[in-house]
Write a protein that binds this ligand. Structure first.
Ligand SMILES: [Zn+2]
Length: 294
């Protein structure tokens, strides 16, 4: 058994780890945070709505991702962003030829306002059911734009699915960035092949996060590490994310129409995990050194 496993382990190291290690720029969490958020204008500026692959469409802004997953019996909207972004998202849905009223289910990446603040208004305009993950609930209860209570029509748990019109999304709890950070997996078809798409919640570290000896969240680093492991194991073909920079949308968008589909990018998926993991380790070390006065 050992004889068989060793060459395999060696192969994996040769193929993946050194390549990523050599090519990884030294980015800190603050660099990745800026990369994701962009400029204040980009948070609100409509990005041309487009089909990503199969029945997944982009309906977000330049720096806040929203995805429309269409089916014959209605649609799933992942991320309503800030409440002020809803008219833009609605317009993008309509520009693609779909009706916002046909959104039946609303899901979110995580309980931060830039991804889920619009849930109440989006539900009001579409009549959709808002499905949330149990660990998101405390954060969402506190998210009340205009003092509206946050709608939560159904609460699911890690590993459970959301189904509509033959489409199935699997909820993978990937905490660290928040307690309820959830990555959504779905299968798509393209050119007669099946591919796994994963909307990565976020494994980013906000500049104010305390990683080293955080008294309120003593397990924050363990959460991030477990999420890195879990996401790697998902081995997505099509990386997507709560911010489009997480999957280099701006670089891929001009290539739409080319074959293979530019959003098929398993290396990019692994890169996003690796660059965030490295940033976390760098920041953890920085905070440890500072705490120890070095
Ligand atoms: Zn966030």
């Amino acid at each position: 058994m050992h004889i068989r496993m060793l060459p395999l382990a060696g192969l994996a190291l040769v193929c993946i780890t050194p390549m990523l290690a050599q090519e990884l720029p030294r980015l800190m969490p603050a660099d990745l945070f800026r990369r994701n958020i962009g400029t204040p204008e980009q948070l609100d500026k409509q990005f041309p709505p487009h089909r990503i692959i199969d029945n997944i469409y982009y309906v977000g802004t330049e720096s806040l991702a929203s995805f429309l997953i269409t089916t014959d019996v209605g649609h799933i909207l992942v991320n309503t962003d800030y409440e002020r972004n809803i008219p833009t998202i609605k317009d993008s849905v309509e520009k693609l030829g779909f009706r916002f009223e046909d959104v039946e289910i609303i899901l979110g990446s995580h309980e931060h306002a830039d991804h889920m603040e619009g849930d109440a208004l989006a539900k009001e305009l579409s009549g959709a059911q808002v499905v949330v993950v149990a660990e998101q609930v405390p954060g969402l209860e506190a998210m009340r734009p205009g003092d509206k209570p946050h709608p939560m029509d159904r609460v699911i748990n890690d590993g459970q699915t959301v189904e509509l019109g033959g489409e199935t999304l699997i909820a993978h709890l990937t905490p660290g960035h928040t307690e309820g950070c959830t990555s959504w997996e779905l299968e798509v078809q393209d050119g007669g092949m099946s591919y796994k798409a994963v909307i990565i919640c976020s494994i980013g570290i906000n500049p104010n996060y305390q990683l080293y000896k955080n008294p309120e969240r003593p397990d924050i680093v363990d959460q991030y590490r477990a999420s890195h492991v879990k996401l790697r194991a998902l081995a997505a073909d099509i990386p997507l994310g709560s911010h489009p920079a997480m999957y280099r949308m701006m670089d891929k968008y001009p290539l739409i129409g080319q074959s293979p589909n530019p959003f098929i990018d398993p290396e990019g998926y692994l890169y996003e995990i690796a660059i965030n993991e490295q940033a976390m380790n760098l920041r953890l070390e920085e905070q440890r050194m500072a705490a120890e006065g070095k």
